[in-house]
Structure formats: structure tokens, C-alpha cells
Ligand binder design. Structure first.
Ligand SMILES: [Zn+2]
Length: 345
């Protein structure tokens, strides 16, 4: 069991139970009820019969007070604390809503992602009570902790952490219409290399949305890399031709509005790309996995990155495909899934 490499300051307290008696499965977030630095927070745990694993000070630095292998004296609930990493956040408002700054909350999200990755926690499930694995102090005793402001941020924190852990919910197949997001447009739209936007960092995610869309709409088989190069330009031209626009390969207001109206004709739903020819399972890599990802994006708008790596999102998409096709749902793309996919070619 390790500690986070994000730690800026260490001041280990003797106020703890060593070692913890359960596996790390949860995170509990508290507020300090004070505007403290990591040094001041550490002092408190030497003087009081209480502790936390980590604290995030008012400047966003992270303090370590109880090693992850030990149980902090944080919520008074042994069942929670033996399973939880406890984190205390500094307030920037004393009393009132006990506000916590964005800087501290963002650092908390970084720390939670790191804790989840190192401890094999796949997802933070915020349920609003102690049955989830993201918990509040007030679930276990009568306390104002974590304060009314921070209470409203738990779902946001869980969503952001899960996004970065790759457990974002994926769109379900919904027939003819694109179920994913649409890009935001810069004033002049998107143009081929040399015209500025292809490498403009602020729009890379928008260009990825365009690429995912084209993979779904016209089976474009683009690499979802956020780069508006020749391949993307050509695919935009094909799409424009299909919807009766001038095929200039630049993506502006007209193309966006056509994209929003575009329906795939599911009656003649035929897949023209390659399908995998061998069994693929979570962990598989290579060209056949790219074929699978292209097929899944065509099938169900999943917006998978065509990276040739059969990870969590590809597994979820396969399960979704299997559920829709009423075949065995095991997340593995074997003979039954291949035969079913072939019906679409
Ligand atoms: Zn607390």
C-alpha cells in the first residue's frame, strides 16, 4: 500500500489505528471548519484525538498525516474508516456555507483519481448515504461537516473523478439520431491544416466530437485525435455531399446545422467496414480491436476512441451491443458477437 505522490507536505501523527483492518474501498471528504494551511492542519492532529489521511490546505497543497495503510480517526465510524481514505479540505469562508475554493476542490479531484487508481477503485459511487463509496462525516454522527457548500459538490466531484477514470456513461443506441454531443464552433468554423484551428488547443475536444460524429454518420473510420487534417477534411466533404451542401471540407454553421438534422436510415443499416475475425477480450490490443471500435461506433454512437485497445469503455460498448442484440452479455467479443455483427454487413 502506497501513499499519493501528489503530497507536498508530510507530518505523520500518532493519532491513528495501525494498520487499517480492511481493504481501501471508500473516500470520505470533510471540511476543516477553518481556513488552514497544511502545516496548521497537521498541528491540529497532534493536539486532538482525531486525524485524517490527507488534508488540502488553503493554497491547494496536499498534506499527509496518516499513511494510507493506517486508519485515520476521522468519522468515529470504524467500519467506514477502516475502508476509507479520509480527506480534509480547507474552507475559505468561516461559518455561513463554509465555502471551499475551486482550487482546493480541483486538487481534491486530482487526489481522488490518484487514490482510486492505486487502490483499484473503479468508480466513485455517490449515493447520498453511507451505502456509496464516497461518504460524508455527517452520515455517521451529528456534525455540520462537510458544511453546506461542500455537500452540494459531492456529485460533481464524483462525476469529474469518474470521467478521468474512464467510467463515463456511454450513449445508448437510439436508432437514427446521433446521441453524442455536438462541437462548439469558433467564429470561422474549422478548416484544414494551416488555417489555425487544427492545432488550437482549446478546440481539440470539439474536433474529436466532429470525428466521432463522422465515424457514426458516414462510417468515416477517422482516428479520433482532435486534429483537423486531410482525413477529417475529406470525411467532412463526403458528409456535405451526402446532405446536399457545398463540399468544401470546412465545418461551419451550415454543416453543424445539417449534422443536427441528419438521420441515419436504419432500414438500410449496412456496415461496410471490416469486422474482427478472431475472439477479442478486455485487454486485447491491435488492428482487430480498431475494427471492433469502428463497428461499435457505427452501431451505437458510442464515441469510442479508435485506439486499438480493448479497455473499459470498449467493454461497456460491447455489453451494450450484446444487450441490444439479446445475446449473452459478457463484455467479450467472441463467436456469437461476431456472427451477430455480421448480420449488419
Ligand atoms: Zn469531518
Amino acid at each position: 500500500m502506497s501513499n499519493s505522490s501528489l503530497v507536498d507536505y508530510t507530518d505523520i501523527t500518532s493519532h491513528k489505528t495501525s494498520p487499517r483492518m480492511d481493504k481501501i474501498r471508500k473516500i470520505t471528504i470533510h471540511h476543516m471548519a477553518g481556513n488552514l494551511s497544511v502545516e496548521e492542519c497537521g498541528e491540529v492532529f497532534h493536539n486532538r484525538d482525531a486525524s485524517t489521511n490527507y488534508g488540502i490546505g488553503n493554497d491547494g497543497r496536499i498534506g499527509l498525516y496518516v499513511d494510507e495503510c493506517d486508519r485515520a480517526w476521522a468519522t468515529t465510524d470504524p467500519d467506514n474508516d477502516h475502508q476509507a481514505i479520509n480527506i480534509e479540505l480547507a474552507n475559505d469562508e468561516i461559518g455561513g456555507n463554509w465555502h471551499v475554493s475551486d482550487k482546493v476542490i480541483n486538487r481534491c479531484i486530482d487526489l481522488c483519481v490518484d487514490i482510486c487508481k492505486r487502490n483499484g477503485i473503479e468508480k466513485l459511487n455517490f449515493t447520498g448515504d453511507e451505502s456509496g463509496n464516497l461518504t460524508m462525516h455527517c452520515y455517521f454522527m451529528a456534525t455540520a461537516c462537510p458544511g453546506s457548500y461542500l455537500k452540494t459538490k459531492f456529485k460533481y466531484i464524483a462525476d469529474k473523478v469518474n470521467e478521468r477514470l474512464g467510467s463515463t456513461p456511454i450513449p445508448k443506441p437510439n436508432g437514427d439520431m446521433w446521441a453524442g454531443a455536438y462541437p462548439s464552433l469558433p467564429e470561422r468554423g474549422y478548416y484544414l491544416t494551416g488555417d489555425g484551428y487544427n492545432t488550437y488547443v482549446g478546440y481539440q475536444n470539439d474536433i474529436k466530437l466532429i470525428q466521432q460524429y463522422l465515424n457514426w454518420a458516414i462510417d468515416a473510420k477517422l482516428e479520433v485525435d482532435g486534429y483537423y487534417g486531410n482525413a477529417t477534411t475529406n470525411a467532412v466533404e463526403s458528409f456535405q455531399r451526402k446532405v446536399g451542401l457545398t463540399a468544401d471540407g470546412s465545418y461551419g454553421k451550415d454543416t453543424l446545422s445539417a449534422a443536427k438534422k441528419y438521420k441515419k436510415n436504419s432500414a438500410s443499416k449496412k456496415y461496410s467496414g471490416a469486422l474482427p475475425t478472431k475472439d477479442l477480450v478486455p485487454g486485447s490490443v491491435g488492428l482487430q480491436v480498431k475494427d471492433l471500435q469502428n463497428f461499435l461506433n457505427w452501431y451505437g454512437n458510442y464515441g469510442l476512441e479508435i485506439d486499438g485497445s480493448y479497455g473499459k469503455l470498449t467493454t461497456s460498448a460491447v455489453k451494450n451491443f450484446q444487450t441490444s442484440e439479446k445475446i449473452l452479455v459478457d463484455g467479450m467479443f467472441g463467436i456469437q458477437s461476431r456472427t451477430t455483427a455480421k448480420k449488419y454487413t
